[in-house]
Design a protein around this ligand. Sequence first.
Ligand SMILES: *Cc1c(COP(=O)(O)O)cnc(C)c1O
Length: 353
Amino acid sequence: MNISITKTLTPKEKPDENGLGFGQIFTDHMFLMDWSADEGWKDARIVPFGPIPLHPSSTVLHYGAEVFEGMKAYRIADGSIQLFRPYDNAQRLNDSAERLCMPEVPTEMFVEAVKALVKLDEEWVPHAEGTSLYIRPFLFGNDEVLGVHTVHHAVFAIICSPSGSYYPEGINPVRIMIEDEDVRAVRGGTGYTKCGGNYAASTRAAERAGQKGYTQVLWLDGVERKYIEEVGAMNVMFKIAGEVVTPELSGSILPGVTRRSCVELLRSEGYKVSERKLSVDELLKAMEDGTLEEAWGTGTAAVVSPIGELCYKDKKYTVNNFEIGPVTQHLYDELTAIQWGKTEDRFGWIEKL
Ligand SMILES: *Cc1c(COP(=O)(O)O)cnc(C)c1O
């Protein structure tokens, strides 16, 4: 792929690496590429970071034609930079795009574009322990007409944001509320895609949970409100009587790269890991009889996030004395060691820049 590069004439000051937070600061450049049904992908370019002009009737503004990815670039001890399973993100973007009738970005092209942008902005990949460059590829429909039809024009874009350590003060368990009113997704819908619309529809429950002091909601299935699905922007895992259980990918759950990595890692070490249906009743029973040993969320941003309290219909349950459990800690240590190049990449998950 031929990527034209227009460098900024006004590079920005690099931020203080100790207060980066998440998603507030952006690098000097962004990647853009246009698609039309007639011509396919064209005009791959890296340009100075800035506004993207949109026609007021652009499809994304009216009909929510948008899918995205979330991944990171890590600076390792020797100063070089690496990505974690980028082809998995590329494939998932295409799975999402297919569902929304948007064009697929060939996976090689996706990874090449990510690498080219990160390379140009490599000074923005922070050095401090636990920090990384968050990468946000996204794809949106850009037809300049109001008629509802499949997308004929689209834009693939990538922006990057240096991000702070998710756990600057050590890993703290979170409180999670099991949502029994709103639903996030149903089978046959868009639950397995990373589309903006899923987030728009889940904000209300997250807001309500936040007002009650909970970090995120745990979604139940949209039909019976009986089976555990996932947490706001994370997949979820439980250790019940020695068995690690995570909901199966039924079509309404986002297939997380971190989820897959945890499952593969634990299985390689001989843990019993089941991807299966888990009802809220089974979970409540395990909390009541003490067989629930650990609960945690998994996602790119936090890697793992231990769950210290679950609330269901106003009844509160403490998990593992509100402490991080050994399997949760082990997953965090192993995955971050691979991501930051502190241990051998025995699964072949690392892609050097
Ligand atoms: C992105 C996301 C996840 C986590 O996926 P990772 O690939 O592990 O970052 C889980 N659930 C939802 C709804 C998501 O959008």
